[in-house]
Design a protein around this ligand. Structure first.
Ligand SMILES: NC(=O)c1ccc[n+]([C@@H]2O[C@H](COP(=O)([O-])OP(=O)(O)OC[C@H]3O[C@@H](n4cnc5c(N)ncnc54)[C@H](O)[C@@H]3O)[C@@H](O)[C@H]2O)c1
Ligand SMILES: [Zn+2]
Length: 352
């Protein structure tokens, strides 16, 4: 594992050969593959077909509710029961839950065994598998226990996305839109005319996104500055996601972030950065993908209270990542509460 505070560059897209070479290079004493019921059904057989090493499968139940210490115990017990040692290798085959938890389990098992990330959702391919954050939820807190570290390699195969439910696909796509807005105007331009469906090829999107996230996280591995630009859309988005979490119409992460990006684009306009024209274009494009759902931006006070408790806000003032222009973000910008209220009203306003 690379512990020098940098992200590693060992990220391969659609390259089975590179995976075989990496496993040979590691030359593990034994190989374990972590799956949930969905990746076992839809993704595991590719591995059986493509890699020569024999491996043992560790199964866990899918879902964020299982990203906890009990599941870690099950993973560690399985490793021990099947004779894992310090030279064993763990391959994490799944979405962000498997990647975050499997990475964490490997990084502390016997003080750290090697692991490989094989992300199988769009969100994990473009976001969570890059940048070295790993961990689990604890008590009611998300990602409360964890660490920064690097896998031996990250192997992304876009063919896995063919079986991903379209709502999951769309939710992951919100992060791609975010990259376009915060870091690359060209990504934003490319969105015109693109429809999100299982039949599309996501290779170019994944590759552009990985490049952007790599560039940002390698300059700020421990999240002391620049990395905060990745939070665009997430201050308002997280509040909406949390508020509606237990509702039968709960939003997925990317759906909430899509609303958050429109609200935070408004705040960027209100603070004098982006133009009105840019603001309307951003709202139009995002709504084109995600629809318009005004019910989720109420009640304002409760949402603002949730933003207040957001760990990114220091000493009670609201600090936001905003767009300086399309394709460029700035972070730690103080924002008065009235602008946040207005941004929620702006989102809710009927479109012309
Ligand atoms: N480490 C980071 O930097 C970082 C960044 C963003 C998010 N995250 C974490 O990522 C997690 C969310 O990740 P996610 O959206 O991938 O969720 P997930 O891992 O729960 O996967 C979503 C669903 O898709 C299923 N699935 C996975 N691959 C499939 C495939 N190819 N075909 C069919 N079904 C498939 C899974 O079984 C699951 O039911 C959260 O826990 C979040 O905290 C981490
Ligand atoms: Zn996100």
């Amino acid at each position: 594992m690379n512990q020098n505070g940098k992200t590693n560059n060992n990220i391969y897209i659609n390259d089975w050969n590179a995976l075989s070479i990496e496993i040979q290079k590691i030359s593990p004493s034994s190989v374990f593959v972590l799956v949930d019921e969905n990746t076992e059904k839809h993704c595991l057989y590719y591995l059986l077909d493509k890699i020569e090493a024999t491996f043992k499968v560790i199964r866990i139940k899918s879902g964020e509710v299982n990203k906890n210490i009990d599941t870690c115990q099950h993973i560690w017990e399985s490793l021990i029961r099947h004779g894992a040692d310090r030279k064993s290798l763990l391959i994490n085959l799944g979405g962000g839950v498997i990647g975050d938890m499997g990475g964490f389990c490997a990084a502390v098992f016997m003080r750290g065994i090697r692991f490989i990330q094989m992300p199988t959702t769009l969100l994990s391919q473009v976001d969570s598998s890059v940048g070295g954050k790993m961990g689990i939820d604890f008590l009611q807190y998300k990602n409360m226990i964890g660490l920064f570290g690097n896998p031996s390699g990250t192997f992304i195969f876009t063919q896995f996305l063919r079986t991903l439910p379209e709502r999951e696909l769309k939710s992951g796509f919100a992060e791609i839109i975010k990259y376009g807005l915060i870091a690359d105007k060209n990504v934003w331009q490319k969105l015109t005319g693109f429809t999100i469906s299982n039949t599309e090829d996501y290779t170019q999107w994944v590759s552009l996104s990985v490049e952007i996230k790599q560039r940002i996280t390698s300059q700020d591995f421990n999240e002391s500055g620049l990395r905060k630009i990745l939070n665009f859309g997430h201050t308002v988005g997280h509040a909406i996601e949390s508020y509606w979490m237990n509702d039968d119409k709960a939003l997925m992460h990317g759906e909430a972030v899509a609303i958050g990006m429109i609200a935070e684009a408004f705040i960027s306009y209100r603070t004098g950065y982006i133009s009105e024209e840019e603001l309307f274009e951003i709202r139009r494009k995002i709504i084109q993908y995600f629809g318009h759902h005004p019910r989720y931006v109420k009640p304002t006070e409760a949402l603002i209270a949730l933003m207040q408790s957001d760990k990114k806000n220091e000493s009670g003032t609201f600090r936001f990542t905003l767009l300086k222009e399309k394709g460029q973000a700035i972070f730690d910008i103080p924002v008065p509460v009235t602008y946040i209220e207005e941004s929620l009203i702006f989102y809710a306003t009927v479109l012309k």
